[in-house]
Write a protein that binds this ligand. Sequence first.
Ligand code: ADP
Ligand code: MG
Length: 356
Amino acid sequence: MKTFQDIVNLKDKKVLLRVDFDVPVSDRGKIEESFRIRKQKETLDYLIGHGSKVIMVAHISDQSVDQSFAALIPQLHILLGYEVNFIKSVDEIEQYLQNYSGPALLENIRQFKGETENTKELASSLSKGFDIYVYNAFAVCHRHHTSVSAITKFLPSYAGLLIEEEVFKLQNTINVSKNGKFLIMGGAKASTKIPVIKNFLDKADKILIGGVIANDILKAKGQDVGDSIVDEKALELLAGLDLSNPQLMMPKDYNIFQNRILDIGQEAIKEFSEIIRNAKMIIWNGPMGMFENPQFAQGTEKNAQDISDSSAVKIVGGGDTVSAIDKIGLIGKFDFVSTGGGAMLAFLAGEKLPGL
Ligand code: ADP
Ligand code: MG
């Protein structure tokens, strides 16, 4: 991985910086969760501090701003500490670079034809006028998109500081000795979670299971899960995994309401607590239950509290997991909070990522 240390001189370099600003926005246009934006500041400060001319490229999927950055520019100014200019189209970038007047952000890159198809055409026009490309959007590492992948064929490419940090911290969770290392896996979307479970079976002491993933495993074992949510693809994805492996630790009991498993139960919380207390490293992704409803938030919140209280190295990722711990004010207790949901899981599953 080529990093900033490999760039001879950043002064006056025209830098295309791929950032991650895909944040949730309220109906009134207010950025609700700015964690990802704040995590971009270090790299931006570095580049600007070294005299580079920076144009940022990113995507946004929130519908309340019609998937456009236009209305968010003043808030970016406050969060990043720079006045950010707004560039409406790819064709206007070259002109802007010629009369550069401070850092700027291009409109949602996914509005331009070819971004999600990873095309040479868009990569070529996007690269015009730049000296180098810096990739700093860890959360889209797993995407074969133009501004992540094809662009690197047109510009000398470097990893930003956030990529270095994410890769270093996540690689470490794979490399450290499995003694005292526990993976806690909950949430939904079996296709992103089961590959991580498979990859960590021989890399962790135990894997603690909760959320819909627990339902999936119960069902695959032939147990009756009533009207609980299960992933249709789970059975297929679980193939090849020995479900009776004692390293896979299923909840002892569940919180069941109207014939649906909606959280882990009291005994499970107790048993997980005990493990967490004595752990050396905990890697957590996915809520233990339907935490959005306070009635079924106990498993997730108690889990978050137990991890916070433990002396283990604590690593967490996943959009819903991070917002759950943020809501109860525990985010600062974690040693590393990944900006990646799907990207973190793909990394932990050992997949080869186009962005890296
Ligand atoms: P993350 O974004 O942290 O990776 P996921 O997106 O995989 O997490 O899963 C979060 C969702 O899973 C939440 O909306 C939560 O309500 C849901 N969930 C977890 N456990 C259950 C359950 N037992 N039944 C229904 N939904 C659940
Ligand atoms: Mg999620």
